[in-house]
Structure formats: C-alpha cells, structure tokens
Design a protein around this ligand. Structure first.
Ligand code: D5M
Ligand code: FE
Ligand code: ZN
Length: 523
C-alpha cells in the first residue's frame, strides 16, 4: 500500500475534524474506491462521532459493495454503538457549566468547543537522534563497564580539556611538590577529613589522584553538588610531599552561558507530558479526558506535537505492594488501555514516546524503545517510539527526553536548596551542568553498559524534558528550558506514606517559536 494514500486519507479526515483508527485508514486505503467509501462513510457518521473506526469503514464498504446505497444503507446502528466508546468532547450541544458534572467537561470554558483542526503536515519537521533501540551490545561483563566509563571520560573530558593544562593521574603522581597541576577525571570518591575539609578522588584512564578542597575556599560549596562517577576538572597546587593537590579551581562540563537555543519559524506548540500510569487505580481518567478534549479545541489548535516521557502504564511488580492498587492486572491489557487513551487525542498530532521505570522494557538505562509486540499494541496515531533517553528535534528545537529516575538520586544526595521535589527543574539543572542524565552508578539508577555512554548529554538541547518524580516544574538553565512534566496519577498509598504530593493533571505547553511555557490544568 503506498504510504501517500495513508497520509492523504489521514489528512483528508483531519481536515474535516475527524481522527481515525489506524486500522480504519488501512482499510480505507485498501478499498476499491477509497474516495467513494470515504464520502459515503462521512455522510453516514453520527453527528457527534469524532473518530472514524474500522467498523465504520466496514459498514460503508459493504453497503457500497452490495450496491444497497439507494435502498437502505444503514451503518448508523453500528456507528452509534461505536460512538459510545468515543472520547467525550463537548459537541456544541452540551455547554460546559460551572459546577456541572465536571468530569466530562473541559476545564477551560473559553474556546472549549471542539473544532476542525486543520494542520499543514508539510510545515512539520521531526527528527530523532540518540535512539539506541536495537543498538544494544552490552553483555554486562566487567569489560563493558570499563568501556562505557572510558567513553564517558573521553566525551565529557573533551569538553573540559580545552579549558585547562591537564595531565594524566600517573604524570601528576611523579611531579615534584609545589607544582601547578590540573587533571580531568571521573569522581571516584568524596569524603570529609577530620578537620572538615573535603577530599575528592579523581580517576582517569591511568589511575587516581586525591584533591583537597579546603572548607573555607569558595569552591567548598560545590563539593555538596558532586555525585560519584561524574566528569570533572580540577586545577591546583601539589602539597610539599606531592601526595595530594590543593584545589584552586573546579570545572564542570556544563552548558556554556552563551548557549543560544534554536526556535521554530512559525507559531507551533508541543505538549510535554509523562507518567500516565494507565492501569493504576489512581490513573486520573477524568483529567485525561479533559486534556484530550481540550486538545480538540480552538485553544489547542497550535499544539501539533505530543511528547510522553515514560511510565505510559502502571506496570506490574515495580514496587512492593503495588498489586493492591492495580485496576488492570495484565501488563498487555494495560498497554491496550493506554492505546485507547492515546486514541482520544487528535489524530493529527505527532506523538513521540520513551519508556520509564514502570514500562515493560529493561530497567537499566539506557532503556531501548518498546519491543515489536508493544509497538503493535500502542499503534494509535502511529507514535515514534524511541529509547530513554533520546533527542527529538521539532522544527529545529531539540528536546532531550529522559524519564528521570536519576532525579530521585540527585534530590537525595544534594543539599535541599540545590535539588528538591518541589522544584524538580533544579535537579534537572544539575544534570545539565554535569552533562549527563544519570551520573551516579550503583544507586537507584541502574546502568546497562554499552559500547558508548548514551547517557552523556553530548549536544546542548534547547529543551530538557523529564518526568518520574510526579512534580511539575520548569525553568531555564543557561537558556536551556528544563521541564518536569507532572503526572496523571493521583497520590498512591506509598506516596501518602512518605508525604509525596504529586502534581497530577497538568499539561505544560511549549511555544516552539519562543520557548515560552503555559500550563494547562485538568484536575
Ligand atoms: O515514581 C514516582 C515518584 O515516587 C518517584 O519520585 C519515586 C517515588 N516512588 C514511588 N513509589 C515508590 C516506592 N515504592 N519506593 C520508592 N520510591 C517510590 P514512579 O516510579 O514514577 O512511580
Ligand atoms: Fe511515574
Ligand atoms: Zn517513573
């Protein structure tokens, strides 16, 4: 089947305000006279139908084929039955009323009627980079870990080496006391000394060297930000016995302050969400319905991209006692239900998704995109399914998508003012500064060693999008927009027990031409 036919059918349907099931498009394309079937079908669709389903196509085809059109073609009963399961969107007959049933009405009252979305697909541009799906080579051997850390040091070191006159650890070990020295390495260990100073051990490909940060130096404050295995450069002076170096300067790979983000050439928006958790008792169906209804309204007509940063479903066996709060027990049924949720959003959106720690892919990062079976299930709107992390560039604006498991660790390890759950974007700033999405190995975040370190932030993104901590927060770090997108799951028993108050039912919307953010609330 030529793809153009599919694309033409989809754009024809969307220009008339309809979404379509993928199967329906395939069936239409396969019909003898797709245009005739399409016209017939649209004539017969119930007035409030928003989604063209395969059952509609079948009815229309058989009605046409038996040439019963003149007598009594009646796909309506079938179509009406289907319409019950179509997403509820206020149709112009049901006015949203304050204090009304609420659940099925969009939160915004202004411009909240569904409209015929008309988008020009030719203006869109979406490119994926850094997707490691299908590229996994790691076997979990010790040698793989050596390779991945060497790659990390190589690539992050290259961002540091130009700034200092560095030497390998072994060369420093043989230099005389009092020498000026500099080194690029990964943080091997951080500990405080008896007198309250800090000893930071750096490791490179040749060996390790201890660096002493005096407690009263301006850099002492930065020691609190350090995580094991992150890349760092130190400059200083060797002690008289040449056994340690006193730190004068400390450098992070960082984002240059001069970074100028790219922007789109037209007014177009992306909705950034994550942590849908379909299958959980706490999945907020009403908020999701409101969100997807809103996407069909005038207010959302510029939203052309939908990015989902992991935890599509609640999964099974992710945390102890999780089973008690499952609405859907079977993992595949959870994905089927998620796909139904995906069908609710306009079919002309370009959807990109990465997995999270609740999803049915390996837990260790980088996580490859979903396997063929799950792709088959999550087929609504033909989403781009890529690895965690991956970068998607939308009309020139690069968005680094990462689920965010390492944020728990950054928040646990760093002082409150530098990273906390109420300001998740601050923890994201730290990852940008370290130019790595999950620096610390061996804690919460599991690492799958590969030939290269896919978790390194090689190119500075224009937007950094994470989820996982279920808190909404955004801000700019050296002109990079960091957004943690909240969730669609209300508080779980575990979260109640540890006082996590999730930000559920929010959709941050980014203007790709200005990188401004507006937050739509649906709860
Ligand atoms: O995790 C959502 C947030 O809640 C994230 O910050 C981890 C934390 N969380 C949730 N459940 C648990 C349990 N059982 N143990 C430890 N931390 C937890 P998400 O993985 O997206 O559900
Ligand atoms: Fe989550
Ligand atoms: Zn998560």
């Amino acid at each position: 089947m030529p793809l153009e036919d599919h694309a033409r059918i989809v754009s024809e349907l969307t220009s008339r305000g309809y979404n379509a099931e993928r199967e329906a498009v395939t069936q239409l394309a396969a019909a003898d006279q797709p245009a005739a079937v399409l016209e017939f079908l649209l004539d017969e669709l119930p007035a409030d139908a928003l989604v063209v389903r395969s059952t509609h196509v079948e009815s229309a085809r058989s009605a046409l084929e038996t040439d019963a059109a003149a007598t009594n073609p009646d796909p309506a009963p079938d179509a009406a039955a289907q319409a019950d399961s179509t997403p509820s969107v206020s149709t112009g007959t049901t006015q949203p009323t304050a204090g009304g049933s609420g659940a099925e009405t969009p939160v915004e009252t202004e411009g909240s009627q569904p409209i015929e979305r008309s988008v020009d697909h030719d203006l869109r541009d979406l490119e994926i980079t850094g997707d490691m799906t299908g590229q996994s080579t790691g076997t979990g051997d010790y040698s793989d870990f050596v390779t991945v850390f060497r790659d990390r040091l190589e690539r992050l070191g290259s961002k540091l080496r130009g700034r200092i006159n560095h030497r390998p650890a072994t060369a420093i070990q043989s230099m005389p006391g009092g020498s000026e020295v500099a080194m690029v390495g990964l943080v091997n260990d951080v500990r405080s000394t008896a007198s309250g100073h800090w000893l930071v051990e750096l490791e490179d490909a040749t060996g390790t060297f201890p660096w002493l940060v005096m407690k009263d130096r301006e850099y002492a404050d930065l020691v609190g930000e350090l995580l094991c295995d992150e890349a760092l450069a130190m400059e200083g002076t060797l002690s008289d016995d040449a056994g340690i170096a006193f730190v004068d300067s400390m450098y992070f790979p960082d984002v240059p302050r001069t970074h100028e983000p790219s922007t789109a050439d037209r007014h177009v928006q992306a909705a950034l969400i994550s942590d849908v958790h379909v299958g959980s008792d706490e999945f907020m169906a009403d908020a999701w319905n409101d969100f997807s209804d809103w996407l069909h309204t005038e207010q959302a007509k510029h939203v052309e991209y939908l990015l989902i940063a992991g935890d599509m479903v609640e999964g099974v066996g992710v945390y102890p006692n999780q089973d008690d709060e499952l609405e859907i027990i079977d993992i595949y049924e959870q994905y089927e239900a998620f796909n139904e949720r995906l069908k609710q959003v306009p079919g002309d959106l370009d959807v990109v998704m990465i997995p999270g720690n609740h999803d049915a892919v390996r837990l260790a990062e980088p996580q490859p995109g979903f396997d063929e079976k799950l792709r088959g299930i999550m087929s609504a709107h033909d989403p781009q399914i890529v690895s965690n992390p991956s970068t998607v560039t939308l009309e020139g604006v690069s968005v680094l998508m990462y689920h965010g498991v390492s944020l728990d660790e950054v928040i646990a390890e760093l002082p409150e003012e530098k990273a906390n759950y109420d300001e998740p974007h601050k923890a994201m700033f730290q990852l940008l500064k370290k130019r790595h999405v999950a620096p610390q190995f061996g804690g919460h975040t599991r690492l799958a060693p590969e030939e290269e370190d896919y978790l390194v932030i090689d190119e500075v993104p224009d937007i950094f999008h994470t989820g996982h901590v279920h808190k909404l927060g955004f801000g700019k770090y050296h002109n990079v927009l960091a957004i943690n997108s909240g969730c669609w799951q209300s508080q779980t028993d575990f979260q109640k027990s540890v006082n996590i108050d999730p930000d559920a039912g929010f959709a941050p919307i980014v203007d790709l031409d200005t990188l401004d953010v507006t937050v739509q609330k649906f709860s």
